[in-house]
Design a protein around this ligand. Structure first.
Ligand code: S3P
Length: 177
């Protein structure tokens, strides 16, 4: 029997639905929920957009790194992460200490549909062709999401309920919960 880790960590591209799916899994399995971006925003009293604007991406990445160290000390959480969490090996190392990593894979088209009118993502704001940028960033990051995850669920054609149900099913099937 696999040793159960206490947290479930959702990784995946921005706008794929990590927070919505995570909240639902938390309800289904009676776990607590946190979102790394929301925690960082609370700690700074600023939106992610404003942190990027005022201090730059590298400062945000530092905050993200520090928060991953803290998150690893938690138990019994569903943790939704920012899409760039995989840019630093240390983040994943920390999150893996007490977490099962689940990659929510999603097609570029679905991501685009989810966030085309959303201006809260600084890396996509102002792009002439948002879909093209999503495609190229996704291509660059996909190998990292896959490499770091314990398993992957492709939620491209699933609604929220089904995504949460499928993640739960796989977690049970592989003995993660
Ligand atoms: C980022 C994703 C965002 C947020 C920041 C950077 C990224 O989180 O952390 O804008 O690099 O992919 P979501 O994945 O929740 O949108």
């Amino acid at each position: 029997m696999r040793k159960k880790k206490s947290n479930i960590v959702l990784i995946g591209f921005m706008g794929c639905g990590k927070s919505s799916v995570g909240k639902r899994i938390a309800v289904n399995y009676n776990k607590k929920f946190i979102d790394t971006d929301s925690e960082i925003q609370c700690m700074c009293g600023m939106s992610v957009n404003d942190i990027f604007k005022k201090y730059g991406e590298s400062y945000f990445r530092k905050l993200e790194r520090n928060y991953c160290k803290l998150a690893a000390l938690n138990s019994g959480y569903i943790i939704a992460t920012g899409g760039g969490i995989i840019k630093d090996d240390n983040n994943i190392e920390n999150l893996k200490l007490n977490g099962t990593i689940v990659y929510l894979r999603c097609s570029a088209e679905k991501i685009y549909r989810n966030i085309k009118n959303d201006n809260t993502r600084p890396l996509l704001n102002g792009a002439d062709d948002k879909l093209a940028l999503i495609c190229s960033l996704l291509e660059e990051r996909e190998p990292l999401y896959s490499k770091y995850s314990d398993f992957t669920i492709d939620i491209s054609s699933m609604r929220l309920e089904e995504s949460a149900w499928q993640v739960g099913r796989e977690l049970r099937r592989f003995g993660f919960i």
